[in-house]
Design a protein around this ligand. Structure first.
Ligand code: FE2
Length: 386
């Protein structure tokens, strides 16, 4: 299993998780159970303009909703959080309900901080900057990948400097996560696939992290099994069952990585996502097989376990199983119809070294299974993925 005698860890998973088709209708009950009755509904423009989900959740909240802030965008920015908090304060909001993908939920985490602490979100960048529980937050994901509804991290883009900033704190973990497969019924297939691959990346990077621990491993391995069973059908069919399983996998992987962290694939995805506006899940999906290959010499034992969770039953050495696991990840992305090369998503080849240098400074790099100390190591992965 690879655990050493100095194993020690904290596993913190305080979010109440509620699952079921149609269960989002209970959002007001959950809000009242938190002692709140004046929620700011935080969502993104796309959901607001192109679906009836915002109207639906607003309706379920009824008089418990003081307003809707629908200005979250993919790669939500610092200014978007500051503005949302100002609006929430002016409306007398006592809580936030977030509806959307990772950006909307992370925007709400930022707003939850500012409603309690004041100031600009810029002041809270970093880890464990807060000393008390933040504004109550119910998160309702409409994608099946980020797991943000149960994590302690918000990723926010600094639009001026084209970088993604990390805000990590136990005090910003949402109080309640409502997982309703009905809400991802109309999610476009490409986003089902890309967000599902993000969930797979969370699970794999948690298990191969130097901060891995048995509880996160257990969650990560089951998340991998669920992604493997569901992602292709969830992408290609309208069947709600695989979509619901993928939504659960995303949640379970979220709890795993919130406790064990993510590594090099995320360091690269944060970098190329911010620079070239590549979807976070897609960026992870493209680089993950190559990161796994790069890591294999150090974490083949974990990657052999991952191979088994991916359904690989061959009688091979751990090293060979680790290689097979990376091939299977590549295959899954391909079967879902996702681009599999950095060149396919217009990353300029002559900027790979610069990307490697920036990725080396990303917070996730310290949690990669194989220690990374030099940009040339990342460049090697980027070139392979190109
Ligand atoms: Fe991610």
């Amino acid at each position: 299993m690879g655990y050493t005698e100095d194993l020690n860890f904290i596993h913190f998973a305080p979010t109440k998780v509620i699952y079921g088709a149609g269960i989002s209708k209970d959002v007001a009950v959950e809000l009242n159970a938190l002692g709140c009755s004046r929620a700011l509904l935080v969502t993104d423009r796309d959901l607001s303009a192109n679906t009836d989900l915002v109207r639906k959740i607003k309706g379920y909240l009824g008089e418990n909703c003081v307003g809707v802030y629908d200005e979250a965008l993919p790669d939500s920015g610092l200014h978007i959080i500051d503005k949302g908090a100002e609006i929430g304060r002016s409306l007398g909001a006592d809580s936030v309900v977030s509806l959307g993908g990772g950006s909307a939920i992370d925007t709400a985490k930022g707003i939850a901080i500012l409603l309690k602490e004041g100031g600009s979100i810029r002041n809270y960048e970093g880890f464990q900057m807060l000393t008390r529980k933040q504004t109550p937050h119910i998160a309702i994901p409409t994608t099946c990948g980020t797991g943000s509804e149960v994590t302690y991290v918000a990723v926010v883009k600094d639009w001026d400097n084209h970088r993604k900033l990390l805000f990590g704190d136990y005090n910003i973990i949402p109080d309640v996560a409502i997982l309703d497969p009905e809400l991802i019924r109309t999610l476009p297939p490409k986003l089902v696939a890309a967000t599902g691959m993000d969930a797979l990346t969370h699970a794999i990077e948690a298990i191969t992290s130097p901060q891995r621990q048995p509880l996160a491993d257990a969650l990560g391995l089951h998340a991998i099994r669920l992604v493997n069973k569901s992602i292709v059908e969830a992408t290609k069919s309208d069947n709600l069952i695989p979509k619901g399983i993928l939504l659960l996998a995303s949640n379970i992987a979220g709890i795993a990585f919130s406790n064990a962290q993510v590594g090099l694939a995320h360091a690269i995805a944060h970098t190329i996502g911010a620079r070239y506006r590549i979807h976070h899940g897609l960026a992870n999906s493209i680089v993950l097989p190559y990161v796994m290959r790069f890591n294999n010499e150090v974490v083949s034992e974990q990657q052999a376990m991952i191979a088994e969770a991916l359904g690989i039953r061959d009688n091979l050495s751990e090293t060979e199983l680790g290689e097979k696991a990376s091939e299977k990840v590549f295959e899954l992305a391909k079967m879902c119809g996702l681009p599999t090369r950095l060149r396919d998503v217009n990353v300029p080849e002559n900027e790979l070294l610069e990307c490697a240098e920036i990725a080396l400074t990303d917070g996730a790099i310290v949690y990669n299974g194989r220690p990374v100390t030099d940009p040339s190591e990342i460049l090697q992965v980027l070139k392979a993925a190109y």
